[in-house]
Design a binder for this molecule. Structure first.
Ligand code: FAD
Ligand code: PYC
Length: 403
């Protein structure tokens, strides 16, 4: 059947780099591509190159478990994650590309009294922020997810934070849809093009060295997730970011048995079912810094042990695939969307274990920052200097994934 694909039109062009651009984005993950897209769509800036050292969407964007929600505690977080979630609602129509957004509902189990208090607080905060969530009883948990064992054995389910409009999307399609739209606007997506240096004059960025040669630019956006520290070093500043591996795995496909997403953060595991029937599973981050896109072995055991307690019916499932991504963790578990010490050089990073859900909102805010040179309301609180000044945006509970 593949020979019928021979005449298919490519979704995006693969040009050679021009000598210079109005803006260069480093990193063709979801956040980099969305930044480029909204630069074009919202500000008419289309003389843009997106430089990618591997293949587009091959970083964390193509490696995540696709959970989308906006049930964060702090106002600035709720604003940007809810902006992203609401953009996801119409993203397929906006891009004319099916990103398979599935608002099937996301449930975060409360399995200790401390967690009950924490999630009640989040539900109250979300009400004030206009984000629809609710704290639900164990009986409602069981109704929504009959395969869940709410009695324990280690930690009984005491309730859950439920966001009915949260869900999942197709991660590759998000990258591909934005890429096609960027290419259609005349932007250059240049894969296999690693940025190896950042050049400046008079305190302002003037271009980048790459494996395809020097490319000039008036503005630079660094959007490289786990490699942010390396790019920042090239641009002459340091970031409060740690790179660690986060892994996921999928089972063999089975009949539909679960139509929501469940996160069990006390026992450290979460699960949803893909359209193909595979159970999509993940756990916590590695406890040490590393750049292996793999993750350590003991986490697989710990995650599966936790999920077998929570969902006993998966105990005899075979696992098909396992992989990891390098996530960029900040101390307060919130992102950085910021100007930098280098003029006309901007950075978007620190989404850590939770940035897939944020892609449209993050791109929207980063495009505004790059176009205007100053952050708009969505990005205003997420500058990198908050770590120096102690203005933390603590989201360690809402991040959901064990760190
Ligand atoms: P990436 O997609 O990693 O893109 C950065 C790109 O920069 C890469 O393609 C890389 O090759 C490129 N790059 C790096 N250095 C250079 C260079 N020198 N020159 C050129 N290009 C360079 N988030 C959620 O919201 N929900 C989830 O369920 C979820 N699950 C996850 C599960 C796992 C296993 C992992 C690893 C992550 C998960 N995340 C989740 C987090 C989410 O995947 C990330 O926050 C998000 O994808 C980051 O996107 P990005 O575009 O910033 O980074
Ligand atoms: O941010 O919701 C999330 C998430 C779940 C699993 C990994 N990240």
């Amino acid at each position: 059947a593949l020979r019928h694909h021979a005449g298919w039109e490519r979704a995006w062009a693969s040009p050679q780099p021009k000598a210079s651009y109005d803006a260069i984005i480093v990193g063709a993950g979801g956040h980099g591509l969305a930044t480029a897209y909204y630069l074009g769509k919202n500000y008419g800036i289309t003389n843009v190159a997106i430089l990618e050292k591997g293949w587009l969407g091959g970083g964390n964007t193509g490696r995540n478990t696709t959970i989308i929600r906006s049930n964060y505690l702090q106002d600035s977080s709720a604003a940007i994650y809810e902006k992203a979630r609401s953009l996801y609602e119409t993203l397929s129509q906006d891009l004319n590309y099916n990103v398979m957004f599935s608002p099937r509902g996301v449930m975060m189990l409360a399995q200790t009294h401390h967690e009950v208090r924490g999630y009640l607080r989040t539900a109250h905060a979300n009400k004030l922020q206009g984000v629809e969530t609710e704290f639900i009883t164990p009986q409602r948990v069981k109704e929504l997810c009959p395969i869940l064992n709410i009695d324990g054995p280690r930690y009984p389910v005491l309730g859950a934070l439920w966001q009915a409009r949260g869900g999942t999307g197709r991660h590759d399609a998000v990258a591909w849809g934005y890429a096609r739209a960027c290419s259609a606007m005349g932007m250059d997506i240049i894969q296999q093009c690693e940025v190896t240096g950042v050049r400046s004059e008079g305190g302002k960025v003037v271009g980048v060295d790459t494996t395809k040669g020097y490319i000039g630019t008036k503005k630079l956006g660094i959007v490289v997730a786990g490699h942010s520290g390396q790019l920042a070093e090239m641009a002459g500043f340091r970031l409060p970011i740690e790179a660690v591996a986060l892994q996921a795995l999928v089972s063999e496909p089975i009949k539909p048995c679960m139509d929501i997403v469940v996160m069990a953060n006390t026992v450290h595991g979460y699960m949803s079912q893909s359209d193909k029937g595979e159970m999509v599973i993940g756990g916590g981050t590695d406890g040490f810094n590393n750049y292996t896109q793999r993750g350590s072995f003991h986490h697989i055991e710990e995650t599966l042990r936790a999920l077998i307690e929570t969902f006993p019916i998966i105990s005899r499932l075979k696992m098909l695939r396992q992989w990891g991504g390098i996530v960029d963790m900040t101390g307060d578990r919130s992102p950085i969307i910021s100007k930098t010490p280098l003029g006309n050089c901007f950075i978007n990073c620190g989404w850590g274990t939770g940035g897939f859900k944020a892609i449209p909102g993050s791109g929207w805010a980063m495009a505004e920052l790059m176009a205007k040179g100053e952050p708009g309301p969505l990005a205003a609180e997420f500058d990198m200097w908050r770590f120096k000044e102690g203005r933390f945006i603590d989201e360690s509970v809402a991040a959901g994934v064990a760190h």
